[in-house]
Design a protein around this ligand. Structure first.
Ligand SMILES: *Cc1c(COP(=O)(O)O)cnc(C)c1O
Length: 358
């Protein structure tokens, strides 16, 4: 009954998340989840927290988790902000730090939630085309702007921008906040957190959803100068004082304590990625160089949607973006070795059953 809707709701273009199938026997390579379960220590910590204490509100500041993250990254707890997912941290960032007179800048091919937040908060934006090979040219961003945001590695391309280039941006636009969304940084990138003590205009956002196998727990974080964090806290405390529940605080704190498990699972994903990239190239796919737990691929002789539909008929789900420049690409999450073998097998049978007529 849209007569009851507010004007802002009529104008929204919401984000469309990748499918979460109700069937369990699918090979799910469409939303960049980790194929490995969370650390057993995380599960034990969550089980221990599942007690009668759940009648009590959680710590609104989640000090235990802030301290764990501060220790892990060698920053002060006052440089850490927490949210119920990095999507929530991003949302607060758009309102707190990116809503100014001038338009904010982000790549034309990037995380599709950014334009959604711009719509929600009525933030002007300009999309800057990536180069032909999907690399980001920092020179394009050295223009008057209300802020800059991009994922590093970028999504859905997987391409990594080196820290020197990020530093050029921070120096070149000292009056704007530069937000680096590091959802995938642990799969082969270098974190810009190393630069937060040097640049007061840098905010780094991370999530526990990808490299730490906790997409179901919904924990995200930001690290930056205490003044930037204070702005985020003001928005958070005007929205929801308790974004992290008791189970999330316990589980996420344990995740940062178990570095051994974290390193092993990240290394496994990276090893699988290099085998998969090689197999895909052998089959005639173009693969964008990836530092993430997914690859963006394109077959020179086959339509992306047809490939996607064929994989689906073999119970393998991958992501297609109906967007200029990548409409003939598919984004494929790195699964286990076995899942990737099944993917390669299915692609092989498609390519042999349906040889291109060219
Ligand atoms: C997955 C992803 C997020 C969201 O992570 P959540 O913490 O699960 O909300 C943010 N940014 C990028 C680029 C992502 O790919």
């Amino acid at each position: 009954m849209s007569q009851y809707w507010s004007k802002v709701v009529h104008g929204l273009t919401p984000y469309v998340p990748g499918e979460q199938p109700k069937l369990n026997d699918m090979i799910k390579l469409n939303t960049n989840e980790n194929p490995y379960p969370p650390s057993p220590k995380v599960l034990a910590a969550i089980q221990a927290a599942a007690s009668g204490d759940l009648r009590l509100y959680p710590d609104p500041n989640a000090d235990q988790l802030k301290q764990a993250i501060a220790d892990y990254y060698y920053v002060a707890p006052s440089q850490v902000f927490l949210g119920n997912s990095s999507d929530e941290v991003l949302a607060h960032t758009f309102l707190a730090l990116l809503k100014h007179e001038k338009p904010i800048l982000f790549p034309d091919i990037t995380y599709s939630f950014y334009p959604v937040y711009c719509g929600l908060y009525e933030i002007a934006s300009r999309q800057i085309p990536l180069r032909e090979d999907f690399s980001l040219d920092t020179d394009d961003y050295l223009v008057p702007n209300g802020g800059i945001i991009f994922p590093n590695p970028n999504a859905p391309t997987g391409r990594l921008l080196v820290l020197d280039e990020i530093e050029r941006l921070l120096i070149g636009t000292p009056d704007s906040v530069v937000v680096v969304d590091e959802a995938y940084v642990d799969f082969g990138g270098v974190s810009a957190i190393a630069l937060v003590n040097k640049y007061a205009n840098l905010l780094v956002i991370q999530t526990l959803s990808k490299a730490r196998s906790l997409a179901g727990l919904r924990v995200g974080l930001a690290i930056g100068h205490p003044d930037l964090i204070a702005a985020l806290e003001r928005v958070k405390n005007s929205f929801n004082s308790y974004p992290l529940d008791r189970l999330a605080i316990a589980g996420a704190s344990a995740a940062f304590a178990d570095t051994e498990y974290f390193r092993q699972t990240c290394a496994a994903v990276m090893a699988t990625r290099s085998v998969l990239v090689n197999d895909l190239e052998q089959m005639g796919f173009e693969v964008v160089p990836s530092s993430a737990n997914f690859v963006l691929i394109k077959h020179l002789k086959h339509d992306a949607r047809q490939l996607q539909a064929y994989l689906r008929s073999k119970a393998i789900i991958v992501r297609h973006f109906n967007q200029a420049r990548i409409a003939q690409h598919l984004r494929v999450t790195i699964g286990t070795d076995d899942q990737c073998r099944q993917l390669v097998h299915a692609l092989n049978s498609f390519l042999t059953a349906d040889p291109p007529n060219s």
